[in-house]
Design a protein around this ligand. Structure first.
Ligand code: ZN
Ligand code: CU
Length: 494
């Protein structure tokens, strides 16, 4: 037992789930200078501040493996949609889209406009410029950043409907190298989207070459997630092998009724690839996807909701069918009339979602779109939904596994040293929640309702969220990747 030592903060009476999948145990946690200083019975310890966690679970702060929070970090630094869920670190710059490195005209290129459709936020021509702004005005949460390949294309190419020339590829590669040298943890691609669809695998490989020098990650919203999903997985694995770097398959899913059930096959492919190369994947716990409005996606969906529209903001939140009725036109004509716009697409199968969530090494990523007028509920609900609905209520996996999928596992996959676990010497990113009541409240009618059961959220030793409110503390940091951690798949296999 530790003596009467003095700490900055002590969390007392906790049931600890430490982020490693080890069984829960009872202990107190002491924090000093942003780090976990002790875990155990600390009856005699004194501290400037105490958090009573009796009857509560204390876990590492959650890592949102897949976000589009690049701009939220700057424009709403309390990060309420994420802090309210117990998230302490966000991985930004996904799906080929990053605020850093974007040219000003990105605001008129879907899907780059998901980050900003004309508010002047595309003003960071280099990764260093974005990093400096984040350092000057820190957010409540930590961030790990990817550079977007679609963003790089928009920055160096006059037309996006073709492959890059060797000169353009070289210019993208130089910018990617700058980003990795300044702390980006990898490069994301989004060949599913028009502005990058014409990029052949060879362009991706040549742009991403610096990943090998810097130990960065190749993270991808794959070319196809429907009938072509298996071929896209093979392309992703081949790119990872060509570069000699780990790959992460973003928001893995099987899109459209014709592909429902195929997660059996895709997970088998992923498992096989994992035997010979480093592969990661993330998933959000919903049967609806969300992105910019596109006719081909509407055709694959059983129902579509409008999340925002530039020319018709009053239609946000409506069913596309209802929006078409109000405009007095066909559904097809309505799609053209309300673009640029965003949508929620009901196009996934619940059995696939559960199979992918339960797969051994699937991480949790919200893919929330924070600037949509009527966002997909995953923005505010993802993590408590996994803990409440999928772990506690449906028994898909034990709570220890659920926590690991959002803490220790992503910390290992993304190489975030000293994060995602509760142990002395780790960074004090901590979430206190009530296992009995934790759950998502956001739904398609009430998309921004905060989750229930999250009590206290601590980032680098400072309380950022308590009793349903941000505290105003801004201890967030830019996290770099430690590529010299143990091999990615090895420690996850037990
Ligand atoms: Zn995506
Ligand atoms: Cu995304």
């Amino acid at each position: 037992m530790a003596g009467g030592e003095h700490y900055d903060l002590v969390v007392r009476g906790a049931t600890i789930i430490d982020g490693t999948r080890a069984p829960r145990f009872a202990a107190d946690i002491a924090v000093r200078e942003g780090m976990i200083a002790a875990i155990g019975r600390l009856d005699r310890a004194r501290a400037h501040a105490e958090v009573d966690a009796s009857g509560r679970v204390v876990a590492p702060g959650f890592i949102d493996a897949h976000t589009h929070d690049d701009r939220l970090l700057l424009c709403a630094p309390d990060m309420a949609p994420k802090a309210s869920q117990g998230v302490t670190t966000v991985v930004v710059g996904n799906c080929g889209i990053s605020l850093a490195l974007s040219p000003p005209h990105a605001a008129s290129i879907p899907p780059l406009d998901l980050l900003d459709a004309g508010g002047g936020w595309f003003r960071f021509p280099s990764f260093a410029a974005y990093r400096e702004e984040l350092a000057a005005r820190p957010a409540a949460l930590n961030a790990a950043c990817l550079a977007g390949h679609t963003t790089l294309r928009a920055a160096v190419m006059d037309r996006l409907d073709r492959a890059a020339t060797p000169a353009e590829t070289a210019r993208m590669r130089e910018r990617a190298r700058e980003a990795l040298g300044c702390g980006a943890i990898g490069i994301s691609t989004g060949t599913a989207y028009e502005p990058a669809a014409a990029a052949p695998a060879q362009e991706l490989i040549e742009v991403c070459r610096p990943l090998a020098e810097y130990g960065g990650l190749y993270v991808t919203h794959m070319r196809r997630e429907d009938e072509g999903v298996a071929a896209s997985l093979e392309e992703t694995f081949a790119i990872g092998r060509a570069l000699g770097v780990p790959v992460i398959v973003s928001h893995h899913k099987c899109v459209g009724a014709a592909s429902h059930g195929r997660s059996r096959e895709t997970l088998a492919l992923i498992e096989r690839a994992m035997r010979s190369q480093c592969v990661g994947l993330d998933c959000y716990p919903y049967v609806a996807s969300s992105t910019v409005l596109r006719a081909d996606r509407v055709a694959q969906s059983s129902r579509v909701l409008v999340t925002w529209s530039r020319p018709h903001p009053e239609l946000a939140g409506l069913d596309l069918e209802e929006a078409a009725r109000r405009l007095g036109v066909s559904k097809e004509a309505a799609i053209e009339a309300i673009k640029p716009a965003g949508a929620i697409y009901f196009m996934l199968d619940e059995a696939d979602v559960r199979r992918i969530l339960a797969f051994g090494e699937t991480m949790i990523g919200s893919d929330g779109l924070p600037h949509d007028a009527r966002p997909h509920p995953r923005l505010w609900g993802t993590f408590p939904r996994v803990l409440g609905r999928y772990s506690r209520d449906l028994g898909l996996f034990p709570l220890e596994t659920a926590v690991w999928k959002m803490t220790g596992l992503p910390a290992a996959k993304f190489g975030l040293a000293g994060r995602g676990v509760l142990r002395p010497g780790a960074h004090a990113d901590i979430t206190v929640f009530d296992a009995a009541s934790v759950g998502d409240a956001a739904d398609y009618d009430n998309p921004t309702a905060p989750a229930t059961g999250i009590d206290t959220v601590i980032v680098n030793g400072e309380v950022v969220w308590r009793e349903g409110r941000p505290t105003g503390a801004r201890p967030g940091r830019l996290l770099r990747r430690n590529a010299h951690q143990p091999p990615m798949n090895a420690d996850a296999r037990r």
